[in-house]
Design a protein around this ligand. Structure first.
Ligand code: PA5
Length: 402
C-alpha cells in the first residue's frame, strides 16, 4: 500500500504544535484507552471465536443456498465491502449472500421473503446494542419465516451481539440460538475485523485469517495514517469540506461506502468534519466530473488505484485495459489539480485478503487519528442517537401491547 500526496503538496505539512499533538495521540493509542480494541488483532477476535467461525462457515457453505446478513451501519458495511471487493462480479459461488435490515423498504423485505422460498437459508443477525430499529424489524419477519420453514431453524440462525447485554442476547439465549460476540471495546464502524465482519466474510469463502494477517502487518502505520489525517485536516481548514473517495474499480464501491461511514460517523460532530462521498469513475467523469473540474472549490479527492487486476489487451492501443484505466486516473488527477481540486492517491498492489486487511487497518487508524486531531470523540455518534430518540418517542405511541 502506497500513499502519494503529489497532487495535494500544499497541505502536506506538519507544524511543531501538530507534531506534539500527534505524539499525544500516539501515546493515547499505545495505552489502548477506551474503544481501542480494534488496534490489536488479538483483541479484535478471540481464538475460540475464530474456530467457531471456521466451523460454522464451512457447515453453512455446504448447506446453504442463501445466507442473509441482517444489520445496519457498522454491523454490515464492512463485511459487504470486503465480500464485494474480493468476489467475482459474475458466477458467484454458493451461498448467495444477501443483506437485510439496513433500511425500511417494505418492498425489499417482502420480495426477499418471496425469494427465499424453496431455498436452504441461513441467517446472521448482527447488532451490538441489540435494539436498533431496522435490523429488529427485518429480524422479526425473517425469524418468523425461518421458524415456519425449517424444523432445524435454531441452528440456521446465528446471532452476533454483546456477550451479555441487550435484547438480542436475551432472545438468543431464550431461543437456543448460536451466538458470536461483538467485543465491548470496539464500535460498529471499527468492527469489520471482529466476528461482526469476519463471519459473513468467512461464509463467502474468503480467507478471513489473511485479513487479520494484513491488518497486523500494518500495525505500525501510525505515522503514515497520521500524515493522511493531517492533510485532510489542512484541506478542511482551507474550505475543502467534501472528500470524494474516488474508485476506478467497481468492486470497490461498497468499500468506499464503508470508508464513508467510518470517517463521517467518526469525525462529523461538533460542527466539524469532512463529508465523505463515493465517486465511481470513470462513470462519474461524465456527471460530477464537471463539478470537480469547474464547480465550487469545496471538494478534494482521495483516489484508490489497484495496480494489478485481471486484464485485457486492446485492439487499437499498445496499452492493456488496466493500463488505460490507470492512464485516465493519472490524467484526471492532473486535470482536476489544474481546476484547483487537489487529490491524494492510494495504490494497492492487488485485491487480495492480505492487501484489504492492511487497507482496513490503515483507514481505521486514519479515521481515529483525524477524530482526535479535531478534538472530537472518534467513537461515539450522538447525532445518530438524536434522531433515534425522536423516532422511539413517537413509536411508543404506536406500540401494541405484548
Ligand atoms: O458505527 C456504529 O457504531 C454504528 O453505525 C452502528 O454500527 C449502527 O448504528 C448499528 O448499531 P447496532 O450494531 O447496535 O445495531
Amino acid at each position: 500500500m502506497k500513499i502519494d500526496f503529489t497532487h495535494a503538496k500544499k497541505w502536506n505539512t506538519c507544524s511543531e504544535e501538530e507534531r506534539k499533538k500527534l505524539e499525544e495521540i500516539k501515546e493515547k493509542m499505545n495505552q489502548k484507552q477506551e474503544m481501542l480494541d480494534w488496534l490489536d488483532v488479538e483483541t479484535c477476535i478471540e481464538e475460540e471465536e475464530k474456530k467457531k467461525i471456521s466451523l460454522l462457515a464451512s457447515e453453512i457453505r455446504n448447506q446453504a443456498d442463501v445466507f442473509v446478513v441482517i444489520g445496519i451501519g457498522g454491523s454490515y458495511l464492512g463485511s459487504r465491502a470486503v465480500i464485494e471487493a474480493l468476489q467475482p462480479y459474475f458466477q458467484k459461488n454458493k451461498p448467495e449472500i444477501l443483506f437485510a435490515g439496513n433500511h425500511l423498504s417494505s418492498s425489499y423485505l417482502k420480495e426477499l421473503l418471496m425469494y427465499l422460498e424453496g431455498k436452504s437459508v441461513y441467517v446472521n443477525v448482527i447488532s451490538k446494542s441489540g435494539g436498533t430499529l431496522e435490523p429488529s424489524i427485518a429480524f422479526e419477519k425473517i425469524y418468523k419465516y425461518m421458524k415456519e420453514h425449517f424444523s432445524d431453524y435454531e441452528k440456521r440462525i446465528i446471532v452476533t451481539t454483546d456477550k451479555e447485554e441487550g435484547k438480542l442476547r436475551k432472545f438468543a439465549t431464550e431461543n437456543h440460538l448460536e451466538t458470536l460476540t461483538v467485543p465491548r471495546q470496539i464500535g460498529g464502524r471499527y468492527s469489520v475485523l471482529s466476528p461482526v465482519g469476519l463471519f459473513p466474510i468467512a461464509v463467502a469463502g474468503i480467507d478471513f485469517l489473511s485479513l487479520l494477517t494484513g491488518a497486523n502487518f500494518n500495525r505500525n502505520c501510525f505515522d503514515e495514517a497520521a500524515q493522511y489525517a493531517l492533510v485532510r485536516k489542512h484541506l478542511e481548514e482551507d474550505g475543502y469540506t467534501i472528500e470524494a473517495n474516488t474508485i476506478y474499480e467497481e468492486k470497490l464501491s461498497s468499500f468506499a461506502a464503508w470508508a464513508q461511514q467510518l470517517f463521517a460517523e467518526t469525525q462529523g460532530k461538533e460542527g466539524k468534519g469532512i463529508l465523505p462521498i463515493v465517486n465511481e469513475n470513470t462513470t462519474n467523469l461524465h456527471s460530477i466530473g464537471q463539478y470537480l473540474q469547474e464547480g465550487t472549490k469545496n471538494v478534494f479527492e482521495t483516489v484508490w488505484k489497484i495496480e494489478e487486476t485481471e486484464d485485457l489487451t486492446l485492439e487499437n492501443y499498445d496499452l492493456s485495459m488496466n493500463e488505460l484505466n490507470h492512464l485516465v486516473l493519472e490524467k484526471v488527477m492532473e486535470a482536476h489539480e489544474s481546476g484547483n481540486t487537489p487529490s491524494i492517491l492510494f495504490t494497492l498492489s492487488e485485491l487480495s485478503p492480505m492487501e484489504i486487511g492492511k487497507w482496513i487497518y490503515f483507514e481505521e487508524m486514519a479515521a481515529a487519528i483525524g477524530g482526535y486531531l479535531l478534538d472530537v470523540n472518534p467513537f461515539n455518534q450522538p447525532g445518530v442517537e438524536a434522531y433515534k430518540k425522536l423516532v422511539n418517542q413517537e413509536l411508543k405511541k404506536h406500540k401494541k401491547s405484548e
